[in-house]
Design a protein around this ligand. Structure first.
Ligand code: 13P
Ligand code: SF4
Length: 323
């Protein structure tokens, strides 16, 4: 059921097998590592060296000994890999793979915001540009945001950006008041309380695995708190919970690319998308053919100016250390 929501069945099995074989050969010849986010199309996930969430992929990028990193994800993720590896070649198969959430704040906007709150600590969710990271004290991902906020002394004001739903969730779980930027991801903001209700009606008793960027996060926790069925998790946290939980049915509220990994790694359990429309067109810009062309033609290189990368590195390294 879940797989039909993904626009990925265009290539024949023979083409997937041929392209995948050639990709693996080229990656070996170039000492390249292929990193793929959990929202990538199935065949890209299947050919990658590592599949994971933003935090896990940043950790892989930080520890890799490969000469080339091919990032199958969106642009800010490849930039983060470059910030951590200034001496390596970082490629993204399509330079237009952006992120609507990252687009909600520019470096100039952050500089203005900081000027209004001198002395405040700036915590940036990793979904932002290198320029924004360079003006931040800490980065975090959905996998470690709570720990990052708890690591900041109680007496310091916090500017949190750019996701307002994650910001509201963090305020609730940590009890910390923050100034929160009003950004959102169009895919997750579009997962409505009504979608959860409908999925719940169809699968009563299923555990609800919700990504904190979802517009429905607060209302879902509030409405289903006494059932014990709701978990708010990063994409990797969702995969981990599916392995560990005694439940056999799950409603998954995030981008639907993750269903491939869940179905592949957790056989015998059932996964239902909270919203069939939860598909990120930016993540889906990366295809097996473009990954093949990327390795073959050495394109497209992601670069971050050295001064920006130097300024951003501290915030990103703090994110990796607090995990
Ligand atoms: P994760 O870090 O949980 O994988 O989320 C990344 C993202 O882009 C969510 O939309
Ligand atoms: Fe950005 Fe949303 Fe796509 Fe994640 S799902 S990459 S936050 S647009």
């Amino acid at each position: 059921m879940a797989l039909e929501t993904l626009p990925m069945l265009r290539l024949s099995t023979e083409s997937i097998s041929r392209l995948s074989g050639e990709i693996r050969e080229m990656a070996k010849a170039r000492n390249a590592v292929i990193l793929a986010h959990n929202y990538q199309v199935a065949e890209v996930q299947d050919v990658a060296d590592h599949v994971g969430d933003s935090l896990g992929l940043s950790q892989e990028a930080a520890r890799t000994e490969a000469d080339v990193i091919v990032f199958c994800g969106v642009h800010f993720m490849a930039e983060t890999a470059k910030i951590l590896n200034p001496g390596k070649r970082v490629l993204i198969p399509d330079l237009d793979a952006g992120c609507s959430l990252s687009d909600t704040i520019t470096g100039a906007q952050l500089a203005d915001w900081k000027a209004q709150y001198p002395g405040a600590v700036v915590v940036s969710y990793v979904n932002c540009t290198a320029e924004v990271k360079a003006l931040s004290d800490y980065c975090c991902t959905s996998g470690n945001a709570e720990k990052v906020i708890r690591a900041i002394p109680e007496d310091r004001e916090i500017l949190f950006l750019p996701d307002m739903f994650l910001g509201a969730h963090l305020e609730r779980v940590t009890g910390r008041k923050m100034h929160v930027w009003m950004g959102e991801c169009h895919v997750h903001a579009g997962i409505e309380p009504e979608d959860i209700d409908e999925a719940q009606r169809d699968h009563p008793g299923a555990e609800l695995l919700v990504h904190p960027e979802c517009g429905c996060t607060s209302s879902t926790i509030y409405r289903f708190a006494d059932t014990g069925l709701v978990r708010v998790l990063s994409t990797e946290g969702i995969v981990r919970r599916a392995h560990e939980s005694d439940a056999t049915q799950f409603i998954v509220a995030t981008e639907n690319g993750i269903l491939h990994r869940l179905e592949k790694e957790v056989p015998g359990k059932e996964f239902f998308p909270a919203s069939r429309g939860a598909i990120c067109q930016y993540m889906k810009m990366i295809s097996l053919e473009k990954l093949h062309a990327s390795l073959r033609d050495d394109r497209y290189e992601v670069d971050v100016p050295e001064d920006v990368a130097r300024a951003a590195r501290t915030a990103v390294e703090r994110m990796i250390a607090i995990s």
